[in-house]
Design a protein around this ligand. Structure first.
Ligand SMILES: NC(=O)c1ccc[n+]([C@@H]2O[C@H](COP(=O)([O-])OP(=O)(O)OC[C@H]3O[C@@H](n4cnc5c(N)ncnc54)[C@H](OP(=O)(O)O)[C@@H]3O)[C@@H](O)[C@H]2O)c1
Length: 344
C-alpha cells in the first residue's frame, strides 16, 4: 500500500500578490462555428468574458484537452447545450485569477489556480481568459507547472468521484480499470492503489511498466489477451472504454463477483447496461464528473506530496488545438494532452 498521511494544509503565507493587469477587451481563442471534424476549430479574436456574481475571471496559461471536448466538437458530447456560436470549447485550465467575486475571496487576483469552467453554459478554456464558478477552482499545486496542472481537473475529479466516492476504494478490494493508461485511467489507478485496492488495469504492452509504477498489481494487454482470463471475482469494474471497443463493457459483467459493481463511464455505447447488469446479478451505475473545487484542493495536496502524479503526454500551442484533438481521437494518449495558451 502506498498510503502516506496528508499533512494539514499550510496556512496562507501572507505573500503580497502582484495584482495582474486589467484584462483587455478582446483575446485570442480557438472557436468553432459549427460542429464537425477537427478543421472546424479556428483561431479568432473574441470578447473577454465577464464574470457575474460568484464567478471568477482567470487568465489562462494552459488548457487541458478532454475526450468530451472532442466528442462535443463532432456533434456528440454536450454539443446540444452550446448556447451560441462561435463557441469556445474546453473545461480544464490552469492560470492566474484576474477578477475575484469579492475582496475577501480566498483566491484574490494574482493567485495561481486550476479548475474547470462551466462550459457549455459559458465559453470554455481554449482562450486567454476564462470565467469559472468560484466553487470549481483550487490553488494550483505549487510543485506543478501550469501545463501539468491543466491536465489534472476533469480527469482527476472524474477518477476521484469514481474510485473514492462511488467504488469506496479500500484495502483488499479488487478493482479492474479499463484504459488505465488514459487521462482518467492513470489517476484512477493511482487513487485505487493509494487507498489499498488490488488494481488490475488494461492497457497496451508499451504502458505495462508505467502502469505498474503507478500502482497496478496486474496489467492486461488488451490487444493480445482477454481480460476475462486474468481478472475474476472482481469487486468493482471501472469501464472507461465502453462497448464501442471489443464489447468491453458487456464482457466485464462476467468478471464481477455476485453483487459486484460496474461503473460505466462513457455515455451511449451500451444503452441497456443497467438492465444487463441486473440480469447478471451485479450492480451498475453511470458517472458524471462534479467540478468540486474542495475535492480538487485535496487532489492538489496529493500531487504536491508526491503520492499522485499527472502524466502529460503531449503539449500543443493553442493555435494547434485541431492537432491536439486529432491526437486524442487516435485513442492512445498516455495520460493527458494539454494546450499551452500563454506565458506564465
Ligand atoms: N462521464 C464523465 O464525467 C466522464 C469524464 C471523463 C471521461 N469520460 C469518458 O471516459 C472515457 C475515457 O476518458 P479518458 O479521458 O481517460 O480517455 P483517453 O485519455 O483518451 O484514453 C486513452 C487511453 O485509452 C486506452 N485504450 C484505448 N482502447 C482501449 C481498450 N480497448 N482497452 C483498454 N484501454 C484502451 C489507451 O491505452 P493504450 O494506448 O495502452 O491502448 C489510452 O491510453 C471517454 O469515453 C470519456 O469521454 C467521461
Amino acid at each position: 500500500m502506498r498510503f502516506r498521511p496528508l499533512r494539514p494544509e499550510p496556512a496562507p503565507t501572507g505573500t503580497v500578490l502582484t495584482p495582474p493587469a486589467a484584462p483587455p477587451a478582446r483575446m485570442r481563442a480557438q472557436v468553432l462555428d459549427a460542429v464537425g471534424d477537427t478543421a472546424v476549430l479556428r483561431p479568432a479574436e473574441v470578447e473577454v468574458p465577464a464574470p457575474a456574481l460568484s464567478e471568477v475571471l482567470v487568465r489562462v496559461v494552459a488548457a487541458g484537452v478532454n475526450q468530451i471536448d472532442a466528442k462535443t466538437r463532432t456533434g456528440a458530447g454536450v454539443s446540444g447545450q452550446i448556447c451560441h456560436y462561435p463557441a469556445t470549447l474546453g473545461y480544464d485550465f490552469s492560470g492566474v485569477v484576474v477578477k475575484a467575486p469579492f475582496e475577501a475571496y480566498p483566491f484574490p487576483p494574482g493567485t495561481e489556480v486550476f479548475g474547470m469552467s462551466a462550459f457549455p453554459r459559458s465559453p470554455g478554456s481554449y482562450a486567454e481568459y476564462v470565467v469559472a464558478p468560484a466553487l470549481s477552482i483550487a490553488r494550483k499545486p505549487a510543485s506543478l507547472s501550469h501545463v501539468e496542472a491543466a491536465g489534472v481537473p476533469l480527469a482527476a475529479l472524474t477518477a476521484w468521484g469514481i474510485v473514492v466516492e462511488t467504488a469506496l476504494a479500500h484495502e483488499g478490494q479488487r478493482i479492474l480499470i479499463h484504459a488505465g493508461s488514459g487521462g482518467v485511467g492513470h489517476f484512477a489507478v493511482q487513487f485505487a492503489a493509494y487507498f489499498g485496492a488490488h488494481v488490475i488495469a488494461t492497457g497496451s504492452a508499451r504502458n505495462a511498466h508505467w502502469l505498474r509504477d503507478l500502482g497496478a498489481a496486474v496489467v492486461v494487454d488488451h490487444s493480445t489477451q482477454r481480460f476475462e482470463e486474468v481478472a475474476t471475482e472482481v469487486d468493482v469494474v471501472i469501464d472507461l472504454v465502453g462497448n464501442d471497443s471489443a464489447q468491453t463493457g458487456t464482457r466485464s459483467l462476467a468478471v464481477l463477483r455476485p453483487g459486484g459493481l460496474l461503473i460505466e463511464v462513457p455515455r451511449g455505447t451500451w444503452p441497456g447496461f443497467t438492465e444487463d447488469a441486473a440480469a447478471a446479478g451485479v450492480r451498475a451505475t453511470g458517472y458524471t464528473v462534479i467540478p468540486d473545487g474542495g475535492v480538487l484542493a485535496t487532489i492538489a495536496r496529493l500531487l504536491d506530496s508526491g503520492a499522485v502524479q499527472v502524466y502529460i503526454d503531449r503539449v500543443f500551442d493553442l493555435a494547434d488545438a485541431a492537432d491536439a484533438h486529432a491526437e486524442l481521437e487516435r485513442g492512445h494518449a498516455r495520460g493527458k494532452v494539454v494546450l499551452r495558451v500563454s506565458d506564465d
